[in-house]
Design a protein around this ligand. Structure first.
Ligand code: SAH
Ligand code: SF4
Ligand code: F3S
Length: 467
């Protein structure tokens, strides 16, 4: 591997050439009139969605077309997530159901990849209990898919490839976009934070940043292809280190010509600087929406989570953000029922959300992840009790969201028409601040920016009229 000045491992061009040769060999295997069909399903976060798009890019190079049902698929790939138990259970259920598919279509190939597969205990379980799975590959070897598929198709021997390593960056892999107005652009991979509840650092490797020139080149290509809403992605974008800071990268992205908006995810509060908030405030293409996961309102719990900030520091940051951007929309993630959390500590989270006033909260009941420090912490609160806390939090949040949404009535926004609405002749658009607005208009406007006035509001959705 070659390392750049930031210590990042880039896959050498020669290795990628070898993969392109394998892709060409697979492509040459098909009858010209009968392209094989692939079904690719991605679970989990946008990082995984971006990986799924690269997997589809490589499959297309190998001559595959795509299908959205497993029934007629010659190749099935599940790109999995490990963040909570529920996510893993869904995958296991879906993989079990494929036994039948393999019986009907014995020549088809079934492959599993993504974060869940990067765990040895899961790979062992798949090997033992699911003989119909042909290929398991981890998060660090996605670029080797052509080589793996070629070997399965020619030798028909199962492969499990989950090398344990810090992770690499493979540039120049084609990506297939879903055709919508939104696009995902990874700027970095991995995570070094080891929050005590979280599996991500174990399955995604160490933090590594792409070079700014590679990111900006991709951004320009996305803009040229008509994508109007681009999210820069990383587990903690504030620790981006590609030779410039994340705030500088935002300014570089803002300078790319074109009519589009820039979003980013996720900001870790411990690394969120005034420099970044200023860049957000000053860049006209950067949306005034900050997703700043707090996880808990209790300083004691935050310490046990290894988050490296406390309630006061977090609230201070929110104050600065609101001062710099009075119309800012805030969203957050919260974990309810972390091991050892008391009801009083949970109430500190409730009081924090009332103080901050988030537009949207992503709330999760703590889920034990094997191999993380929290998995061995004492956890005495019953699941049923945690469920009650969870409902209490969601009820409070609904009131806050309703109040914030109602305060938008009468305001004017520039919005991007994104997709068909729930009813005939309506379109769902998104404000610069990431709120959904349903407008009555022709679907032909999808993909365009329009000015709207907000006419009605509920906790989850605004209604607007074109002006
Ligand atoms: N890197 C991002 C988030 C990654 S995971 C960040 O730091 O904010 C997305 C969210 O899933 C987390 O913010 C957290 O709220 C939730 N999460 C992660 N691990 C979890 C677990 N073991 N149980 C419940 N929720 C979890
Ligand atoms: Fe997980 Fe924490 Fe890393 Fe986010 S910052 S991915 S929550 S370890
Ligand atoms: Fe994302 Fe799930 Fe992996 S949230 S990083 S796909 S564990």
């Amino acid at each position: 591997m070659t390392k750049d000045k930031c210590g990042t491992c880039f896959v050498p061009e020669g290795e990628l050439d070898i993969q392109r040769e394998f892709a060409a060999k697979v492509n040459a295997m098909w009858d010209t009139n009968a392209a094989p069909k692939a079904f690719v399903r991605t679970f989990g976060c946008q990082q995984n969605v971006a990986d799924g798009q690269r997997i589809m890019g490589m499959l297309s190079q190998m001559g595959y077309t795509f299908t959205d049902t497993t029934d007629d698929a010659d190749l099935i790939i599940f790109n999995t997530c490990a963040v909570r138990e529920h996510a893993e259970d869904r995958v296991i259920g879906n993989v079990g159901a494929l036994k039948h598919h393999k019986k009907l279509k014995p020549d088809s190939v079934i492959a599993l990849c993504g974060c869940m597969m990067q765990q040895q205990h899961i790979a062992d379980k798949i090997k033992k209990s699911f003989p119909h799975v042909d290929l398991v590959f981890g998060t660090h070897v996605v670029h080797k898919l052509p080589e793996y598929l070629h070997s399965i198709l020619t030798k028909r021997k199962r492969r499990v490839e989950i090398p344990d390593m810090d992770g690499v960056i493979a540039e120049g892999i084609p990506s297939i976009h879903d055709g919508g107005v939104r696009g995902w652009l990874p700027i970095m991979y991995g995570c070094n934070n080891f929050c005590t509840y979280c599996i991500v650092p174990y399955v995604r490797g160490r933090e590594r940043s792409r070079l700014p020139e590679d990111i900006i080149a991709d951004l320009k290509k996305m803009v040229e292809s008509g994508i109007k809403d681009i999210t820069l992605l990383g587990q903690n974008v504030n620790s981006y280190n590609g030779g410039v800071s994340f705030a500088q990268l935002l300014r570089m992205a803002n300078d790319v010509p074109g009519d589009f908006v820039i979003r980013f995810m996720t900001s870790h509060p411990k690394d969120c600087t005034k420099e970044l908030l200023l860049a957000m405030a000053e860049c006209e293409k950067v949306e005034k929406h900050l997703h700043l996961p707090v996880q808990s309102g209790s300083s004691r719990v935050l310490k046990a989570m290894n988050r490296h900030y406390d309630r006061e520091k977090y609230l201070e940051l929110i104050k600065t953000a609101k001062q710099l951007m009075p119309d800012i929309v805030l969203t957050s993630d919260i974990i309810v029922g972390f091991p050892g959390e008391t009801y009083e500590e949970f109430c500190e989270t409730v009081s924090l959300i009332k103080e901050v006033e988030y537009q949207t909260l992503f709330t999760f009941i703590y889920s034990k992840r094997k191999g993380t420090p929290a998995a061995v912490m004492e956890d005495n609160v019953l699941r049923k009790e945690k469920g009650k806390w969870f409902t209490q939090l969601c009820d409070e949040q609904e009131k806050i969201a309703e109040k914030l949404s109602a305060s938008q009535i009468g305001k004017r926004f520039r919005v991007l028409c994104e997709e068909k609405g729930r009813t005939e002749n309506t379109v769902n658009a998104r404000t610069l601040c990431n709120q959904i607005v349903e407008i009555s208009c022709d679907e032909a406007l999808i993909g365009q920016f329009v000015d709207v006035k907000i006419t009605d509001a509920s906790a989850w959705i605004l209604k607007g009229k074109i002006i």
